[in-house]
Design a protein. Structure first.
Length: 288
């Protein structure tokens, strides 16, 4: 039988609601449950599915052929909604927090005064920005996921598409669980694995423009959202609380934040590994 060393963390996109896909999905969840030590009231092995979305959002995806796992069909799982907001809410919060800094700059405040003014606004004015509330949701979700693994329960993480909130949660949970990912090399591998290889859409989220595209600068582009930067902030919160648990400090996070937008390195170009291969990123550019 399985022990804690055998439990499994998986990630995916939302389930497709039609009979062919559902049958295969149910079988996969059943196999996942067989690796779990968690049992229901009847003593049957179960896994936990962490849906990053608020429940109403997952219901709303039915009209697009998606949705969530129905407990009448998926009998070997327990569904948990983590209530993390979507990329559009994250973008608005980012615009708001940048607006607070811009206001200080327009009044020629120095660095220390700018910092204290913005912090005061965030702490005392709940309407100023929801940025830190959203970061807190990710941290709490990752903590729940890590605790579930430590308790011997296998799990699956997904949002709608599986490349934004899912990447944030799975990468942060692994950072909490495995000290290797808190090393200099391990952290780089974690980013390559959970963000680059799993297809986080860096180009769409940052608004990158490449030679092959004919797009124009569009700051109202609804695909833009600082999802990766939000994750870096969540990592920073962990580094700040437990600096001795990490082989790197906030300087590395600052460098990554700068270069996800600089387009200087090939690591964060394009929307998927396939696009990077098709555009010879691995031979024509340097990795950060």
């Amino acid at each position: 039988g399985p022990d804690v060393g055998d439990v499994c963390m998986m990630r995916s996109a939302q389930p497709r609601i039609n009979s062919h896909h559902t049958n295969l999905d149910v079988k996969m969840i059943s196999l996942l449950a067989q690796t779990s030590l968690e049992r229901d009231e009847e003593g049957k092995q179960i896994c936990i599915i962490f849906d990053a979305r608020p429940f109403l959002s997952s219901v709303g995806n039915f009209v697009r052929g998606g949705g969530f796992e129905n407990s009448l069909i998926y009998r070997e799982m327990r569904l948990v909604n983590l209530d993390i907001q979507n990329i559009h809410c994250v973008r608005e919060a980012w615009v708001q927090i940048n607006g607070l800094f811009s206001l200080c700059q327009s009044k020629n405040m120095d660095y220390a005064l700018t910092q204290s003014t913005v912090e005061s606004q965030i702490r005392n004015n709940t309407n100023s920005t929801s940025w830190l509330s959203y970061v807190s949701q990710i941290l709490c979700g990752a903590k729940s996921i890590a605790s579930t693994i430590l308790n011997g329960c296998s799990l699956l993480i997904h949002c709608s598409d599986g490349w934004d909130r899912t990447a944030q949660l799975s990468a942060l949970a692994q950072l909490l669980l495995d000290p290797y990912f808190r090393t200099f090399n391990g952290f780089q591998i974690l980013i390559e694995k959970e963000w680059c290889s799993f297809g986080h859409q860096f180009a769409a989220r940052t608004g990158q423009i490449h030679a092959s595209n004919t797009t124009t600068e569009n700051y109202l582009d609804k695909d833009r959202s600082p999802v990766f930067v939000q994750w870096l902030d969540a990592v920073w919160q962990c580094v700040h609380q437990m600096p001795h648990a990490f082989e790197f400090n906030e300087k590395m996070l600052e460098v990554l934040y700068f270069h996800v937008y600089s387009c200087k390195y090939g690591t964060f170009l394009f929307n998927s590994e396939k696009e990077r291969f098709d555009n010879d990123v691995f031979t024509k550019t340097r990795s950060i």
